[in-house]
Design a protein around this ligand. Sequence first.
Ligand code: ATP
Length: 344
Amino acid sequence: MIKLNHITKTFQTPSLEVHACKDVTLDIGAGEIYGIIGFSGAGKSTLVRCINLLERPTSGQVSVDGIELTSLPEKELRAVRKKIGMIFQHFNLMRSRTVAQNIAYPLKGSGLSKEEINKKVNELLKLVDLEEKANVYPSQLSGGQKQRVAIARSLANDPKVLLCDEATSALDPQTTKSILRLLKHVNEQLGITIVLITHEMAVIKEICNRVAVMENGEVVEEGNILDVFSSPKQQVTRDFIDSTSTINKIYELIETDDPIVQLAKGESLVILHYTAGNTDKALISDVSRQFNIDSNIAFGNIEIIQNTPLGSLVVKLSGEEENIQKTILYLREHNVKVEVLKTC
Ligand SMILES: Nc1ncnc2c1ncn2[C@@H]1O[C@H](COP(=O)(O)OP(=O)(O)OP(=O)(O)O)[C@@H](O)[C@H]1O
């Protein structure tokens, strides 16, 4: 649905050249929810704005639904852009127009009759669950409601693609979830391909199928979120994963010799990193039985990503030294990454 081919964007400022996007090639399939994550300044906004040519790439080609936008004359580009909706962090609603008027705005000049426009607006209000707010002004709405209006407005022209530029960054976690649920609904019910950029891993985990990680204008890692989460290849990806995990707290606990990590003779403290495909096996009870050891879970961080449990457990193993070694070997053979934190 969206093909970015060797996209480069360089901004020329009076004092220096800023290379916001460097040779980015991405292929986003129809019906995907595709996430682009990166820290501030990584180039995410610039890249997403290159998709609808709000930002014209310095070089490279952009195709959406088989049409190469980068070679279209301005008039045709305006028509094609109508099929690419966009929402923003700060909603960008018109303050002097009501909710219904904001949603109807993109239909100006569409050739639809007043009745048809009203019908469309009512359908969209229903979709975003704001029917009772049709005649109020944006200032009378909460942030989440404003974003719902923006989503409705972005769908007025029946787009095939919806671009979301930090659409939940100004919202609290609960409202973020409800907006993400709405986006998922829009994706599933209307078949719209969604590209969202964010600096929050929680957002990616919640709804994306695939993710691209950006750093310094480049896509440094890309793929199915389960693969990227279970075996990140780049430090920046690990940093994002760590940002939503509590597992690294273990290193602080060891440093302060917290009671949770204190060991008796014959015990080992290990951290088990589960990857896709092995969390559903009862490995802990397997090893206890097979190797006659006791295993005590100190704490853990297991999450469900794309219906697959993924994460890490900190476990105290106690038993004969030889059996603990056999246990570790067995777990590694079952693709669990085992890190021995301390032994006594
Ligand atoms: N119009 C512009 N003129 C000059 N430099 C720009 C312009 N727009 C963006 N940049 C620079 O390009 C780089 C990438 O910016 P961009 O906004 O795309 O990053 P980002 O990952 O979206 O960051 P943030 O999350 O903070 O918005 C930054 O160094 C930024 O300062």
